[in-house]
Design a protein around this ligand. Structure first.
Ligand SMILES: [Zn+2]
Ligand SMILES: [Zn+2]
Length: 406
């Protein structure tokens, strides 16, 4: 277990960051805290991707290079957690736990730097902006964050309200989903509600489209593959006796297989245009592609679990099911074998029971020591050659333009 003062210091930093949340690519204050701490520890660091920070700890002994990634951004949400250190910025909140991710990585840096003479290999600390959008992972990679020294395996922690404090979770293989947005506009012709034959009604046409879109998941996709097609908004019309000339809809596609993802836009377009033709309306479809899913290298996860079980940590291990959420760590795990580790924070006594992105989200800070311990163990295990990666995400997600996470 790590020394209590390391966790205490990390909790202080977490609360400081929590009180002043910053949105994607605006993390100036947070990045300055990271730089201040790294400088104080004597760890070399540089700015990348506007508000990203990359630090390097060079071990005294030869070995492999571990990458540890923490995201730093907050969400546009007003906090209602009731914590004494709640956000002091109206409309902004650390509701996804990235404040804790940043503080835990600084805690791990402190432990690793203090023992760097005996450390095998090197550790690259990746403090990333804009995970919640528009995405800071790709710009960091493009700025060479994984190249000097070249990272052999990379890990991240994400707090998870489903798992109790003291537990960490691994989901081997694809552990979440590609998250893509779509926008539909149906154009008809307005008229008097008493004379529908003189108009082209956009509302029944849209109703048929909503129902038919369900067939993409229900009738056109292998039942053993995961696809979600959800329409989240529908708006149109003026009042009870006016025929609506236009309806706008928006929704999300979620998928875990690049071949299926490639088909979704075309399938939606075929269905929408077929129905528009039948109803004599016009339809427009716009798709905005988000992050690919995270691929957890099964060998990396398995060797890390074995390393922890050998006494390098006192953590309970869980295998939570995959989710259909999104996370731009996916891009790191395309370049080097990677693992997304879920860190349990559930504690009813502390009210740490709300999901991420809730205004009531709370973190059981007892989890912070376990998170630091996990990051330190990963870095030491990779450096010594005990924790070994198999391959980075072997599936191809080329051709998709990144926009933002959902
Ligand atoms: Zn989030
Ligand atoms: Zn998050």
């Amino acid at each position: 277990m790590i020394a209590p003062e390391i966790a205490t210091r990390a909790i202080e930093i977490r609360r400081d960051i929590h009180r002043f949340p910053e949105l994607g690519f605006e993390e100036e204050r947070t990045a300055a805290i990271v730089e201040r701490e790294l400088s104080e520890l004597g760890i070399e660091h540089k700015r990348v991707a506007k508000t990203g920070v990359v630090g390097v700890i060079r071990g005294g002994l030869s070995g492999k290079v571990a990458g540890l990634r923490a995201d730093m951004d907050a969400l546009p949400l007003t906090e209602r957690s009731g914590e004494p250190f709640a956000s002091e910025v109206a409309g902004k909140m650390h509701a996804c736990g990235h404040d804790a991710h940043t503080a835990m990585l600084l805690g791990a840096a402190r432990v690793l730097q203090a023992s760097s003479l005996r450390l095998e290999g090197s550790v690259v600390l990746l403090f990333q902006p804009a995970e919640e959008g528009p995405g800071g992972a790709l710009p960091m990679i493009e700025a060479g964050a994984l190249d000097d020294p070249k990272v052999d395996a990379v890990a991240m922690l994400h707090v998870d309200y489903r798992l109790p404090t003291g537990t960490i979770g691994f989901t081997p293989g694809i552990c979440n989903a590609a998250a893509d947005e779509f926008y539909i506009t149906v154009q008809g012709r307005g008229g008097h509600g008493s004379a529908p034959h003189t108009a082209l009604d956009a509302i029944p046409c849209s109703a048929a489209m909503v129902l038919a879109m369900q067939n993409i998941a229900a009738r056109e996709t292998d039942p053993f593959k995961s696809v979600v097609v959800s329409i989240g908004t529908i708006e149109g019309g003026y009042r009870n006796n006016i025929i609506a000339d236009q309806v706008k809809m928006s929704g999300t596609f979620r998928s875990q297989d690049p071949e299926i993802r490639e088909t979704l836009e075309g399938r939606a377009r075929r269905i929408l245009e077929g129905i528009a033709a039948a109803y004599q309306t016009k339809v427009e479809l716009r798709v905005i592609y988000g992050y690919p899913p995270v691929y957890n290298d099964p060998m990396l996860a398995a060797t890390f679990k074995a390393y922890l079980a050998e006494g390098h940590g006192q953590l309970a291990l869980a295998s939570p099911p995959a989710t259909m959420g999104g996370e731009d760590f996916a891009y790191f795990a395309q370049r080097a074998p990677g693992v997304l580790i879920r860190l349990g924070i559930r504690n009813e006594a502390h009210g740490s029971v709300h999901p991420g992105h809730s205004s009531q989200f709370r973190i059981d800070e007892n989890a912070i020591a376990y998170g630091i311990q996990t990051l330190v163990a990963f870095a030491r295990g990779v450096g010594s050659g005990s924790v070994i990666g198999g391959e980075a995400n072997p599936t191809s997600w080329a051709g998709f333009v990144t926009s933002h996470n959902l």
